[in-house]
Ligand binder design. Sequence first.
Ligand code: NMX
Ligand code: MLT
Length: 427
Amino acid sequence: MAAEIKELLKEHGTKKIGEVQLAQVYQGMRGITGLVTETSLLDAQEGIRFRGYTIPELQQKLPKAENGSEPLPEGLFYLMLVGELPSEDDVHHLTSVWQRRSHVPNHVFATIEALPVSTHPMTQFVVAVMALQTESLFAKRYAAGMNKKDYWDPAFDDAMDLIARLPRIAAYIYRRKYKNGEHIQPNGLLDWAGNFAHMMGYGDESFIELMRLYMTIHADHEGGNVSAHTTHLVGSALSDPYLSYAAGMNGLAGPLHGLANQEVIKWIFEMREELKTEAPSKEQIGNYVRATLEKGKVVPGYGHAVLRKTDPRFTAQMEFGKKHMPDDPLVQTVWNIYEAVPPILKSLGKIKNPWPNVDAHSGALLVHFGMVEYEFYTVLFAVSRALGVLASLCWDRALSFPIERPKSITTALVKRWLKGEDEIWGD
Ligand code: NMX
Ligand code: MLT
């Protein structure tokens, strides 16, 4: 790959791939192509493809657990990392390698215990990942003196160890905060997502299937989203995968990114309480949406920086709901919101995408199985997102991507440039 890219740049490196307008620089760099991420690619109309495969294709082509019908996330990691669909054996191998690598040292649990139980689960999670950084092989080998060509090797080991350990950490935080600290030991016979569900205390086969689907569809969303971009950016300083992933997850913890999944359920619970009904009508939902907008707040779970249609991750969850819990009133409310919200957002004229994103649906499925503790939801997203951002980080090091350092400007310079007194571009 590295040789191929070198050749490609030798021949085509000076070709222009776009123009940048002043407004884009002030508005979150929207629409500026500036990153290479091999693991997945987002199409504004069609949604995400992982190494060329859509979510329905993954559901069909990736290996499944015995008696299961959702893909095993191990298979998606293999696909994102290697670029080819795995065999059943490849996936079983990955399950057992992650089982072997899953030991979490005691000081990590002691670090979590040092925090007040009231601490937000995402804060506990990131603090635990930072405590786990003591185990980084990349950091140790760099300190000992490592050849640049070898960076990918300990980065890969760190990625594998971290992914293997995250479910144990996340489940520990869940049981600590919500189940009186009554912890459940891992089951070495289960797959990665199945064991995660088990350690959180959920044995229902449908919940385990939901976890396999959830861990698959949240794993990656190309490279420009806040969590993937941050992981990549911090990694470009040769910060090890533990430091890089923790940085990315601090971004995921923001309400406009991954925390939106907790905000959606909180917003629906508040609506139900205010309207004093478990099953608000579409008209009632519409009025509540308008009231939310009048207060200057966003409607959580709706809109997207890149997507311009319903998120296929929302659709995959809707299909799961239709199959496993079509009569659940909360799930039905999510579907009624899906009918009520887009026309209202469209009518405002300024929102580029009035359609639901992944976070609009996930919470209702979890509540169905009794996981009502919505502050925990972003931790589930974080465990899944590790698969994508860490597979990408391995490629960043294998392809020797340099430190990321775009040019910034000041408004004073912009004004001088507009008067023809200065240049805005550097070398
Ligand atoms: N509710 C109300 N207003 C919205 C919404 C929404 N759901 N989405 C966008 N807008 C507003 C936005 O705040 C902006 O207003 P203003 O000009 O007054 O600053 C205007 O519409 C134009 O924004 P867009 O260009 O359409 O959206 P942008 O690319 O800036 O932001 C999101 C994308 C996802 C941050 C935005 O749609 C949003 O805040 N959505 C709600 C939060 C959410 O669901 N986030 C989860 C995203 C998925 N994930 O998991 O990360
Ligand atoms: C994601 O999954 O990262 C979100 O949809 C946000 C994004 O892609 O910008």
